[in-house]
Write a protein of this length. Sequence first.
Length: 345
Amino acid sequence: MTSDPRDIDVDLGPLARRARRSLNGDHAGELGVVLPPFLDHHVHVEMTLPEQAVAGGIAGVVDLGANPAVVAAWAAREGLPRVRYAGAFLTAIGGYPSDRPWLREGSLRELPAVETGADDAPRQERTALPGPVDSAVDEQQAFGASVVKVVLNADAGPVFDRSTLDAIVAAAHAHGLPVAVHAEGEGCAALSVEVGADALVHTPWTERLDDALIARAAAGQVWISTLAIHARDFGDDSAELACAVDNLARFRAAGGRVLYGTDLGNGEQPIGVNAGELALLARAGLAASELVAALIDPWPLAARDTWALDGVATFVPGDPPTSPDSLPDWLANARVVPADDLELL
Ligand SMILES: [Zn+2]
């Protein structure tokens, strides 16, 4: 009995196919695996060279904090990577990252707390004008944002109170935009869950989330991994990385949806598919098919076909290794290729 040559020994999910590169293009006749386009769900295009990520296998990126005019211009360009974005960071007045040297001009909106003590004022007086929250969310949407980014860093300045967060989430959801939160410091991840935020832009690393909170997060949020920056900043055997891996492992086990993201633009790191990030996702328990799912998830869009990536595919040369330890390095050989350049086997 011979095995079907289309079979792949490792379960890479339902969309993986064996393929051969056409005889007309580069690497004629090379055998490998075709997958949907890979996305990095957390980057900052103003602080990196996103076109280099394309050479490293990334076809689309989600910018999570930029000058909205600059990132909109980036996204309007022809070619790859396709860029979806949040626009500006929304934070409390004086909140993180207002004092950071890396902050790009026009990339931050500091918002005052929503007034909640005026319940005895005439209703019209309270609702006649859009407040700063609505204006800030409207502005990001006017620039074409697909998601609203909120910063809650209790370790580095003031954070929004519950009422202001509720107003931000309501304004974003009224526009059909998900809310993605940077949660750092005690209670910030819990607050993001309580207000119905849709995503965390980093796996929480500053505190262990208890199982009940993890279960609520898994039911309502997606988490963007960014584990490799914790390994870089604190060390591979650090308490911070162990905390993040433990939180993510329990989030995954509770059915949470995990997205591949690197925070590209945040300091030195490999450009393109990051084998280190994938290895840490595997450490958190993700199987091969889950690594692929994290790379091809269309978030913050509802579906892959709205990314305007028709016509491109991911090609990974060779057979996937049967040893899980070798899988991250194999996936990091991914190339973005024209789909027409591939012949399915
Ligand atoms: Zn970031």
